[in-house]
Design a protein around this ligand. Structure first.
Ligand SMILES: [Zn+2]
Ligand SMILES: [Zn+2]
Length: 267
């Protein structure tokens, strides 16, 4: 029985990830339209009737822009968010019937079909942003994007992941010398902004130091203005090699595409 992951879209143009077993399918974020989500379901051979939960990380529009249309198309779908995030979403949240909303407290665990979900706080300039760890039959997928830093608490939540979806948002020099206005550079670089390629490399290094087991890490939420997939990959490869770790041998490292449907990974 499979525990699968697929990215439908990742980055400022919209975020949406699919995690599924034969029994239950879960979406993380709805930053794209219901139509595009359904194309993703078809592409990954996912029966829309198994779609049970939409987990929201935070209220920024690249994560909730398609909330209303996804909820309209997925009639059996329940949306999961903490109260502060739900309040911050505003009008799009008010249109959804109360019985289709599950409010959790950050740190809570709950189950969706045969998948157990753990929520944990991340560091981002939103009302109450979270990351997710999903477990099924001893396997683990963790998703951490939109966080300015990865502290010890977050590391604890993700260190056993067989598949880690990790933000690798920007190259610091491209951002610093690029055309973003000063306030935005400051925001992205801050502890409540986005994770740089170097910081993502540090996170992966920490995980390998904790336990030298082979994980798959998918670099996500790459900036169009301040990053390239090759640059993210090479920066992280360099950091790992400096410490005697090699991609392919110690960790499988890939990027997820920004706007197309990515590969389907069986975990
Ligand atoms: Zn955000
Ligand atoms: Zn985002």
């Amino acid at each position: 029985m499979g525990f699968d992951f697929c990215s439908f879209s990742s980055g400022s143009n919209g975020n949406c990830y699919l995690i599924k077993t034969e029994d239950a399918a879960i979406l993380i974020d709805a930053g794209i339209s219901g139509k595009r989500v359904w194309e993703g379901l078809q592409h990954t051979d996912t029966n829309p009737e198994t779609l049970r939960a939409l987990l929201i990380t935070h209220e920024h529009s690249d994560h909730i822009g398609g909330l209303a249309s996804v909820m309209k198309k997925g009639t059996g779908l329940k949306v999961y968010a903490n109260k502060e995030t739900w309040r911050a979403i505003g009008p799009a949240a008010n249109a959804i019937a109360e019985e289709r909303i599950h409010h959790f407290v950050t740190g809570d665990c709950f189950t969706v079909g045969d998948i157990s979900v753990k929520t944990f706080a991340v560091s981002h300039d939103a009302a109450e942003p979270v990351g997710y760890t999903l477990r099924c039959q001893g396997r683990q997928i963790s998703v951490v994007t939109d966080t300015g830093c990865v502290n010890a608490e977050i590391t604890e939540e993700i260190r056993d992941a067989n598949l880690l979806v990790l933000e690798s948002n920007h190259d610091e020099d491209m951002l610093k010398y690029g055309k973003y206005p000063h306030f935005l550079k400051k925001r992205v670089l801050g502890d409540a902004g986005h994770l740089s390629n170097i910081a993502a490399g540090g996170v992966i290094l920490d995980l390998l130091t904790y336990e030298r087991k082979k994980r798959r890490v998918l670099l996500a939420h790459l900036s169009r203005e301040n990053n390239f997939p090759e640059m993210a990959m090479q920066t992280i490869r360099n950091i790992l090699e400096e410490h005697g770790y090699h991609t392919g041998a110690d960790v499988y490292l890939e990027t997820v595409p920004r706007s197309e449907i990515g590969l389907l990974y069986a975990i």
